[in-house]
Ligand binder design. Structure first.
Ligand code: LAN
Length: 727
């Protein structure tokens, strides 16, 4: 379908004219990248600093006077970063990292007959070329991971669909690596699924994904509505497409891929024997015996599935897909469900339907062009998350009071005001959703999902902006803040902790049924230190401002949450991060919330243990550096270099704890200042985030918000320590 593209250039240079790309920001902070074909269009819509920065072009921002104090360094940092604020007040950013998303975008679009522009195809090919491992030519599960069958087979299929010739050296090298792994037969389950949809893997090679589970009574302990929201939201379209055994019609490319993806003859493969065949390079969570037995039973059922029951289940799954599309303005919860829902709607509703068109429009929100080419993002952006952090940083450091920063902050407040979700979902109980009224989500209001810590950070940012500054209007009413608090109060789990999107709904043994092989802890919600601490912090600040509102419930919630935090500290004194890398991330949040309930270094053994743990990890250069594999293994693993962002988290943690000795903080400040560029920015270092234990994800805006925050805070903190000493 897509015409072949003849590529003979090196991917180090763009395949398209980078001066022609523009990021459009629509209502609520929607992102979409557009390529302008004519000079007239370019003149009418000039490239902004935001565009240039994310494209990796020279921003031409000036060198700033050399900073002599941490505050001056923070001010320089923001002089740069404020140029990256969008006209509507939020900060846009790339959200790449996972390497299994772009193949979903490409395969899903291909089998649905949805086109890409030539320029998008060129830059996606370039991205994949740039991201192939230089040594073996394969791809991993994320940009910093080793090559796997999952990454290599899926991205190989993607680059071929996009138009790269099978004999191009990039394909030849990747194919050789894939074949060395034994070929695509041993791809993990989600890969088996995508390849089956593409009709280059037989459905008989998949373990069953029966839609009938949705028809069980809700009270059944393993009913899918009890699963972690990402797992079940992917399972819905998966079970639909499995139920109808969707497969793309054979064409020349598909026939060719059947040859290329396997070192053996495709037509001789024993497919049922592949169901549990997963390459060892890919495996993180091996199947349990219970899962294997269950799969055998379900396979038996597949052979004699009762047609009317299957039909009813497939119809129900389809209904849930529609609900999800409509609840989220066709963004869906995330990039995986996005593309599976798109395929399901294209198949069921056809290419002339409204659903198809809307899916096509919103597909754009996940596509991002960076300096290495075009990728698919982990969500439709991290708008709220990034805006929440920098605004808090500005208020806490005093940078918000500088005249030149006021206008931007007013815009940010305006954006935050509009980003709060004011209603429950359109389809609410019917799509098993948690309340959303009062919430802030991770990206945009349209996406429409409550996240506990995003609500916490959103609320905190609003309270800081509205109450700590003299020049801001009270855009978010007291009632709306109360509604955010009401929401948070519905989210505490029995152990006192807070999970990501919902309460923990299922029993922990459900994890034994984790079929994904490449991820850990994905079957149910868990309480997370990071989520819990954001909530505690928001509630503590809210309580100071509105002491009368639901006072006893807030007190009780906080007390239980603090207990959870104490309980979840590791014996060495750390907290394991699940969404950022790793201990330094979680500890910054933990010590912030503990300080707000009066637990500091000198009074609390929990906090002093935490500080000693951190100090034990500080390096001679003053920095901290942990590898993303710390998250995989839940133990501290050093990165080869110290990292600016992690150094800031660790230093913030020490300051929240009111650590009394200045030396470690001074050393860290010196390191972060020494890494700052003359224009105030910081260069990109290692990837910052993680999910599901194994997949790293990029938060490139962290390299601005956290250094600005830490340096500004350290300035006052160190001065305070000196005064204390003098006194
Ligand atoms: C995110 C991104 C944000 C993150 C935080 C707010 C930082 C966290 O504290 C709570 C969980 C949350 C919302 C989160 C959950 C899982 C996400 C959505 C992601 C890491 C971004 C991408 C990831 C999603 C699961 C990727 C799609 C892959 C699947 C396995 C479905």
């Amino acid at each position: 379908m897509y015409t072949p593209l003849n590529i003979d250039k090196s991917p180090s240079e763009p395949f398209t004219d980078y001066t022609r790309w523009r990021l459009r920001v629509d209502d609520g902070g929607r992102h979409s990248w557009h390529y302008l074909n004519t000079d007239a269009e370019c003149e009418q819509w000039p490239q902004t600093t935001v565009d240039k920065f994310w494209l990796g072009l020279d921003t031409e921002l000036p060198e700033l006077p050399k900073p002599n104090t941490p505050f001056e360094a923070a001010r320089n940092g923001y002089e740069f970063y404020k140029q990256l604020q969008s006209h509507d007040g939020h900060w846009a950013g790339e959200y790449g990292g996972p390497m299994f998303l772009l193949p979903g975008l490409v395969i899903g679009s291909y089998v649905s007959g949805m086109a890409f522009t030539r320029n998008e195809r060129l830059e996606m090919i370039r991205y994949l070329m740039n991201r192939a491992h230089p040594d073996d030519g394969g791809w991993g599960i994320h940009v910093e991971g080793h090559s796997t069958v999952f990454g290599t087979a899926l991205n190989y299929a993607a680059i071929r669909i996009l138009g790269l010739d099978a004999e191009h050296p990039v394909c030849v090298k990747a194919r050789a690596t894939l074949h060395q792994f034994g070929g695509a037969t041993a791809i993990p389950s989600w890969g088996k699924f995508w390849l089956s949809v593409l009709n280059v893997y037989d459905w008989a090679g998949n373990n069953p994904i029966p839609p009938e589970l949705w028809l069980l009574p809700n009270s059944v302990p393993f009913h899918p509505h009890r699963w972690w929201i990402h797992t079940r939201t992917v399972y819905v379209p998966l079970s639909y497409l499995y139920g109808v055994r969707f497969k793309a019609p054979e064409d020349d490319l598909i026939l060719a891929l059947r040859q290329e993806l396997y070192p053996v003859d495709y037509y001789t493969i024993d497919w049922p024997a592949q169901r549990n065949n997963v390459a060892s390079v890919d495996l993180y969570s091996p199947h349990t015996t219970i899962l294997d037995v269950l799969n055998k039973v379900l396979s038996g059922y597949e052979a004699c599935a009762i047609p009317p029951l299957r039909r009813a289940a497939v119809e129900y799954a389809y209904k849930l897909i529609v609900y999800e599309d409509e609840n989220t303005g066709y963004q869906t919860l995330g990039p995986v469900s996005k593309m599976f829902n798109l395929v399901a709607r294209a198949y069921h509703d056809g290419p002339n339907s409204e659903a198809y068109k809307l899916h096509e429009i919103k597909r754009q929100d996940f596509m991002w062009i960076g300096h290495e080419g075009m990728m698919m993002c982990g969500t439709n952006g991290s708008q709220l998350w990034d805006t929440g952090f920098i605004t808090q940083a500005l208020v806490e450091t005093g940078l918000a009071d500088l005249e030149s920063n006021k206008e931007g902050l007013l815009k940010a407040l305006d954006w935050l005001d509009k980003a709060q979700i004011l209603q429950n979902p359109l389809h609410y109980e019917t799509s098993y959703r948690h309340r959303t009224k009062g919430a802030w989500g991770f990206s945009t209001k349209e996406q429409g999902y409550t996240v506990s810590d995003c609500t916490g950070e959103g609320l905190k940012a609003v309270m800081y902006l509205q109450h700590h500054l003299k020049f801001t209007p009270k855009l978010v009413s007291e009632e709306r803040m109360q509604s955010a608090v009401d929401l948070l109060l519905t989210m505490q789990n029995p152990g006192g902790g807070f999970a990501s999107y919902e309460l923990i709904r299922g029993p922990s043994w459900l994890e034994w049924l984790n079929p994904a092989e490449v991820f850990g802890n994905i079957m149910i919600e868990y309480s997370y230190p990071e989520c819990t601490t954001s909530v505690i912090t928001a509630l503590a600040i809210f309580k100071k401002l509105y002491p009368a509102y639901r006072r006893s419930e807030i007190d009780r919630t906080m007390k239980n949450a603090i207990k959870y935090l104490h309980d979840s500290q590791t014996p060495e004194g750390g907290w394991v991060g699940s969404w950022g890398i790793c201990f330094t991330y979680a500890m910054q949040f933990a010590l912030e919330s503990l300080s707000l309930v009066g637990e500091i270094y000198e009074t609390s053994p929990v906090v002093s243990r935490a500080c000693e743990f951190l100090l034990g990890k500080q390096r001679a250069d003053g920095g901290w550096g942990e590898s993303w594999t710390s998250c995989e293994q839940s133990r501290w693993i050093e990165h080869e270099n110290s990292q600016v962002v992690q150094t800031c988290w660790a230093t913030m943690a020490l300051m929240y704890a009111r650590y009394p000795h200045p030396e470690p903080i001074e050393k860290a400040v010196r390191l972060v200042m020494s890494r700052q560029s003359p224009n105030g920015s910081w260069p990109q270092e290692a990837i910052e985030g993680i999910f599901n234990k194994t997949c790293a994800i990029a938060y490139p805006n962290f390299k601005f918000s956290f250094p600005i925050w830490m340096l500004g805070k350290a300035d006052t903190y160190l001065k305070g320590l000196k005064c204390g000493k003098q006194n």
